[in-house]
Design a protein around this ligand. Structure first.
Ligand code: TYD
Length: 210
């Protein structure tokens, strides 16, 4: 008997939206339901991808170079990790995917939708996430949270409030464009409330519970 294909779940949001802290929430809930979970991230997820991530986060480059490196890392990630895991029946949970490219490169950096859509078609073919959680919150709140965390900032995190406003608007446009796949989580709540919202979406749209 062939293994049923696993499901592909992505988490998205502006830096500081708390998405990374809820990767564990998703993983635990799926594992309790007996799923074999493969956690991964973009840019990265493979040896080549992690090397490209280092360049992307810390070296200045043209927007074309940035976008092409992101899709180069993604091509490798899809071929080496995502498709094999799904084919083996694993559930892939990915911290960021192509919605990030629409929001950051397409909207915030001003590349526009068309070049991203063309690269998406070429690199991904038919592959799309089954379910995406979009952690949404006002830019002032995400900036304040990031300041509080006071970690060393990468090239994207050094951008100003207007940049992140465009990222947020870009994400919201994606959610309107694909409402069946993208579920907006109000990240401007307590961590426990956000956790409950995340679990609700996973139960309903991934585990098909009511
Ligand atoms: P991430 O590791 O999620 O950073 P953080 O944990 O700080 O949220 O992502 C690294 C950065 O890469 C993030 O600032 C957004 C950027 N990025 C893009 O600009 N385009 C993309 O397509 C992806 C996947 C990430």
């Amino acid at each position: 008997m062939t293994q049923p294909r696993g499901r592909f779940i992505t988490l998205e949001g502006v830096d500081g939206a708390g998405k990374s802290s809820h990767l564990g929430t998703v993983r635990e809930l799926l594992e309790v339901h007996g799923k074999v979970v493969r956690m991964t991230r973009e840019p990265g997820g493979t040896e080549i991808g992690e090397r490209l991530r280092e360049l992307l986060l810390h070296h200045s480059m043209t927007l074309a170079t940035e976008t092409l490196l992101i899709f180069a890392a993604r091509a490798e990630h899809i071929a080496q990790v995502i498709l094999p895991a799904l084919a083996a029946g694993q559930w892939v949970v990915c911290d960021r995917f192509t919605d990030s490219t629409y929001a950051y490169q397409g909207a915030a950096r001003g590349l526009g939708v068309v070049p991203v859509a063309e690269l998406e078609r070429w690199v991904q073919g038919e592959l799309q996430p089954d379910v995406t959680l979009l952690f949404d919150l006002p830019v002032e709140v995400s900036l304040a949270r990031r300041k509080q965390a006071s970690l060393e900032l990468d090239r994207f995190e050094k951008e100003d409030g207007e940049f992140f406003q465009r990222v947020r608007t870009g994400y919201q446009a994606r959610a309107r464009h694909d409402p069946d796949r993208m579920h907006v989580i109000d990240a401007n709540q307590t961590p426990n409330e956000v956790k409950n919202s995340v679990e609700k979406v996973i139960r309903r749209y991934c585990l098909n519970e009511q």
